[in-house]
Design a binder for this molecule. Sequence first.
Ligand code: MGD
Ligand code: MGD
Ligand code: SF4
Ligand code: MO
Length: 735
Amino acid sequence: MLSRFLKQHTGPLTRDLVQEPGHFGLGKIPSRLKPSSTVTSICGYCATGCQLKIHLDATGEAINLSPQAGYPVNLGMACPKGWQALDPLESPDRATVPLLRDRSGKLMPTDWPTALGTFTQRLKEIQAKHGRESVAFLSTGQIPFEEMAFLGCLFKFGMGFLHGDANTRQCMSTAVTAYKQSFGFDAPPACYSDFEESDVIVLIGANLCIAHPILWQRVMRNQRNPQIIVIDPRATETAQAASQHIALKPKGDLALLYALAHCILRDGRVDAASIARTEGIEEFTEFVKDYSPTSVADRTGQSPATIEALALSVSQPNKRVSWWWTMGINQSYEGVRAAQAVINLCLITGNIGKPGTGPSSITGQCNAMGSRLFSNTTSLVGGNDFSDPEHREKVSAGLRIPVESIPSEPSLAYDQILAAAESGEIKGLWIVATNPFHSWIDSGRLAVLRERLEFLVVQDMYFTTESALAADLVLPAAGWGEKSGCFINSERRIGTLKAVRKAPGQALSDFRIFRLIADAWGCGEMFERWTDPEAAFRMIRDLTKDRPCDITGVEGYEMIDQMGGVQWPYPAGSQGSHPKITNLVSRRLFEDGIYYTPSGKAKILFSPPADLPEPPDSEYPFTLLTGRGTSSQWHTQSRTSKSDILKKLYPARPYVEIHPKDAARYHLKAGSRVTIRSRRGQMDAAVYLAPTVQQGQIFLPMHYPEVNRLTHPSFDPHSRQPNYKACAVSIQRFP
Ligand SMILES: Nc1nc2c(c(=O)[nH]1)N[C@H]1C(S)=C(S)[C@@H](COP(=O)(O)OP(=O)(O)OC[C@H]3O[C@@H](n4cnc5c(=O)[nH]c(N)nc54)[C@H](O)[C@@H]3O)O[C@H]1N2
Ligand SMILES: Nc1nc2c(c(=O)[nH]1)N[C@H]1C(S)=C(S)[C@@H](COP(=O)(O)OP(=O)(O)OC[C@H]3O[C@@H](n4cnc5c(=O)[nH]c(N)nc54)[C@H](O)[C@@H]3O)O[C@H]1N2
Ligand code: SF4
Ligand SMILES: [Mo]
């Protein structure tokens, strides 16, 4: 039925737009690439940022791909998702025309002019009645940053609204806040070669083998016989391959990290020169006196002897120690302080700014790092500050827009936007390239909130996502492979992606959609110069001038490709004799010990650990952990579930990992069906007997939509990142 009506529409305006010469979706295939039979493109899934070589037919359409051998990130490797990256483009549920909910409540196909007209009319009505705080956008870390910047600038400067946030809040905001507070800028210092140059690699709350398989390959290339320590409540695939696994109690991180600092400072195993580059060491030394290994044994589940030994491992004077964290740290009600506790350990032991060291957050989505600099959500586009009048002037001049259009106030954070929608203050929501009806914490509340929203727009590749199905208007978007632009990976490396397929039907690149909306809204003139992604790149590049992320030395896409990606910073003059640029291939920050704070010193920040927001009790006796299940599943599965090959590599239906002894207590066998309940919702799953989880804990992969009906809506107070990884649940055998 849907496929029939999706085929119907071919309005004249739309045909013009879609078939504009030289464009696939919107991304232009540069003519210089046409004679060649391959182009390179950065993978559109995780933030490792592998480069893929895409093989094209004579018409410039992708027929196949392989990992790129010479690229300094993946060195010829790719994980299953990368190898199958073209599969999700061909799927019967691709959104190929706009869909509009009709009076009977059904989503029906429409044409672009009607879709754009409705979008403009409805949101303008809300704005006129309820003001600039009554509509918000929720976007993503998975589209090129040229598109993120366009959305952020269009919505705030052109359309005149204030609030917008992205799914990077679910993911990276803890790391962002921690770095900003500690270093004065959101600056992950390390590069991937540090995996190969460390003597001790500590992975805390990071499951590389599943979530960043190619980074694990980089660890495996280390020739220094490193000690690999994994700190995770579960004996993950990564923990099993490591030299040591610390099976931490959930959210015991902060107490453990303070106890390590206690031992290191007590024994004087510190780097005085590095400490001289910090502020707050006296207070911190006093503070950690209370965190002896004995005092935190209960909280962490670790014996004092284990903690003392770990402290020795991470503070060996002649060894390079690198710390890497991901969601086990970020997704916590006290994630910022936990991330800073890692940073503090590196600062006091001198493990920063040198080969094989560093406190590094590994990012999640392909362009989470691009979102951090350019999305115009938490910081002003280009790594600037909304609150700084000089920055507003700079952006105003660079984009040639009136300075009065640039708000000086911050946006509400994701959870605050949804709370405002729940209470009726936000009445319109525009969701771009994210699927919160599946991925947001305590997702059952989204249904309630949907009822209160007057207008919900979802812009996605597929019309079948949980969020698209709830929308009033669905805008059909081109996906990775159908457009061009840039991503930034976890080591701050900018890489390009290319259009290698035509977007299906009337789907358009997000960039193109934003241009059409600008015109329809009546602010098209403001965005006249945003003609194509590379033109946008040049404008927003110039806004980074004199910021820590200065990339004014990057001429354009061709240069990025020729250099094998470019890490920020890369200020003008970098090719020649720039004092900070000594290695063009792989660079780390803070080699000179100068941080981005006003004093140039790093701040040592800390506060006491707090109790779990929802500890297990007699009614809900298990702690629920959630996270990535397999290397072949991506988030809400809108893309990976479209690949026949990937689908063979993971269970189709939800499963729960439970310790065999707990299973025995509940008379459960492998494959038994159970109902899992929390105070917020319930779901069914098949039992997977896993001695890798601790007794009293269960693990659910986040890829099944039911999982977030259970999770507990608690947030880090500094970063507002959701605490996805620990709440209380019960299990019951299926009758
Ligand atoms: N295959 C695949 N790869 C992905 C993704 C995907 O969906 N699929 N998503 C990408 C994205 S966006 C992200 S953000 C990354 C996430 O990458 P990771 O953070 O590595 O993945 P997770 O499984 O979410 O969480 C990591 C680990 O944290 C542990 N953990 C839970 N609670 C705690 C705790 O209190 N303390 C500690 N120390 N650990 C804890 C979990 O047991 C889990 O093993 O993966 C990226 N890569
Ligand atoms: N319980 C639990 N929940 C979690 C987590 C967890 O560990 N546990 N992890 C959290 C984390 S770290 C993250 S990052 C989030 C991810 O959560 P989401 O962002 O909601 O998940 P995705 O499935 O990646 O959604 C991306 C959407 O964008 C669409 N899309 C892809 N490419 C394009 C494009 O180019 N244009 C447009 N317009 N659309 C596109 C896809 O079809 C898909 O619907 O989930 C969070 N939720
Ligand atoms: S590791 Fe990440 S970037 Fe590399 S191929 Fe796999 S999903 Fe793509
Ligand atoms: Mo993420």
